[in-house]
Design a protein around this ligand. Structure first.
Ligand SMILES: Nc1ncnc2c1ncn2[C@@H]1O[C@H](COP(=O)(O)OP(=O)(O)OP(=O)(O)O)[C@@H](O)[C@H]1O
Ligand SMILES: [Mg+2]
Length: 508
């Protein structure tokens, strides 16, 4: 007889009359890595939130190591050796790593924790899994990748033998992803059982033992991952084939729209992060900005949208010096922005979807009639966005909080892209989106370009950069390393990303 670390049998979960999970059977083998796949809104996070005791299922039972359990809270889940790292981190930023671990968690031994002792234990665990975490660092000083390792470390420290990771690699650079895979393989060796929710099909082949696919809340099947192809997985997820093709190059004849000159800025910690960055973007052109995360990309986007004050240099929009203007000014100039961190900067989580769709138009006349907000226009606006972007939601009156991660992102994309921008700053536009939605968004970026907009696409995903860019700019240490044409060699882009300047390469 097979034994399992987790068996979820006949799980049904209903939100407002909609089945987010519909009689799902899910089985996790001990000492294995299990991929959980499906389009945005398929029910992956919901299923795992049930396992972690965050939601109660309407139907179905859960067995842990063969024994039926009633998991009615995360505390119960943790006591059963289940740990979960969410799509959006839940760390307290002003506190240190060790303080975060101690916060809200009593010791496994039920007594109050000793800081020094805890820090030492964390350090040992971190060393064992090659995580390189110093327990005394404050969270805000850590990169996103490091913060994620802290979340995992915390879960393991709390005694997790079953570890649920919700889209962990969405925020990692390719290098960090490699290290992260190494850590997961070590954990598997130690007998831990891991559920990995992901949209990246390459990860299935590289890492997992088995894969389960969900579609529209239903379980489509569980397969051994060995030998399974991207095409097969896509078909299971989407129910049809998805085409990937390269759009034609833009005809660049619209002149410089956005000109960035010797821009300097500091990051949240006061450290210089843009160090004299210059770049011109023409109307009707997509410039892809490649770079390892944390080289000034986010600060650049924020300065270009008025969210961060530059410390030097200038920005010109159609020849006009617009340096130091407010976010409102940029919005009025039709500069659209897709922020990297959609959760905290892009949406008002407790507002409903319709209202989020017009967040930036509040105070403008677009949705007004006779001095009042026009409900009919607002509803129409929402209906169009929902249909075009296939946002999985009930009726637009629900809060943004109720949407799945990917559907929250679709909402922001719909709002920003449908504003008919003159300039579009898109930071990691397809992060967290399923393959179908990613294709659609790339198509929309190209449509904006074809409509004459100057588009800057920042992405850690080189494949995406190669696919949509007319020119490829590379940033390193807050400076422009070089500009390459579409179709440039990946290795050349790679060496620029590692800090070699284009002139140096030319002389080699
Ligand atoms: N708290 C909630 N209240 C109401 N509806 C919810 C809630 N959480 C999830 N849903 C709905 O359940 C469905 C499944 O959502 P879930 O978050 O499980 O999707 P997912 O597979 O994780 O998608 P993604 O890849 O976008 O993260 C969606 O239609 C979502 O709107
Ligand atoms: Mg999810």
């Amino acid at each position: 007889m097979d034994n399992y670390a987790v068996e979820m049998l006949g799980i049904t979960k209903i939100f407002n009359g909609v089945k987010a999970n519909d009689a799902i059977d899910f089985r996790l083998r001990p000492g294995s890595i299990h991929g959980l796949l499906g389009e945005n809104g398929a029910g992956k996070t919901t299923l795992m939130n049930i396992l972690y005791g965050l939601y109660r299922q309407e139907e179905g039972i859960i067995k842990i190591n063969g024994k039926q359990e009633n998991i009615d809270s995360p505390t119960k889940a943790i006591s059963l050796g289940i740990g979960m790292v969410h799509q959006h981190f839940m760390l307290a930023r002003p506190l240190t790593v060790v303080e975060n671990v101690m916060l809200g968690h009593k010791s496994r031994r039920g007594i109050l924790l000793d800081t020094k002792e805890t820090a030492e234990e964390l350090k040992d665990l971190s060393d064992h899994y090659h995580m390189g975490i110093d327990p005394y660092t404050k969270i805000y000083q850590l990169s996103v990748g490091e913060q994620q390792r802290v979340e995992i470390l915390t879960a393991i420290y709390m005694g997790a033998e079953i570890l649920i990771l919700d889209e962990p690699t969405a925020v990692l650079t390719p290098q960090e992803t490699e290290e992260f895979f190494h850590t997961l393989r070590e954990m598997r060796k130690d007998g831990k059982s891991i559920v990995l929710i992901t949209h990246k099909l390459e990860e299935i082949a590289a890492l997992v033992d088995e894969v389960t696919v969900l579609r529209d809340g239903k379980m489509i099947g569980t397969r051994r991952a060995e030998g399974i192809t991207k095409e097969e997985l896509t078909r299971m997820m989407v129910g049809r084939d998805v085409m990937f093709n390269f759009p034609p190059l833009a005809e660049m004849n619209l002149g410089v729209k956005l000109s960035i000159r010797d821009l300097t800025a500091v990051n949240d910690r006061g450290v210089p992060s843009l160090n004299g960055f210059s770049l011109d973007i023409h109307g009707g052109e997509i410039v892809g900005l490649a770079g390892v995360d944390g080289n000034g990309q986010n600060e650049l986007c924020e300065v270009l949208t008025g969210l961060r004050k530059e410390t030097g240099g200038s920005i010109f929009l159609d020849g006009e010096d617009v340096s130091g203007k407010t976010p409102r000014f940029y919005i009025d100039k039709k500069v659209s922005y897709i922020p990297e961190d959609r959760h905290t900067t892009g949406l008002a989580m407790n507002w409903n979807l319709k209202k989020n769709m017009i967040l930036k138009a509040i105070g403008s006349k677009r949705f007004m009639k006779g001095g009042l907000m026009n409900e009919k226009l607002i509803t129409q606006n929402w209906d169009t966005a929902r249909d075009e972007y296939q946002i999985k939601a009930i009726d637009g009156d629900e809060k943004a909080r109720a949407l799945s991660g990917g559907n929250q992102q679709k909402l922001i994309l719909a709002r920003e892209l449908n504003a008919d921008p003159d300039v579009l700053i898109a930071n990691q536009p397809t992060r967290g989106l399923d393959i179908g939605a990613s294709e659609y968004v790339r198509q929309k970026l190209i449509e904006s370009r074809n409509g004459g907009a100057a588009v800057l696409v920042v992405s850690a995903d080189l494949e995406e950069i190669m696919q949509v860019s007319d020119r490829i700019a590379v940033i390193y240490g807050g400076r422009l390393m070089g500009i390459l044409p579409r179709g440039a060699d990946v290795y050349e882009i790679g060496s620029l990303m590692m800090g070699k300047r284009q002139e140096e390469l030319a002389h080699e």
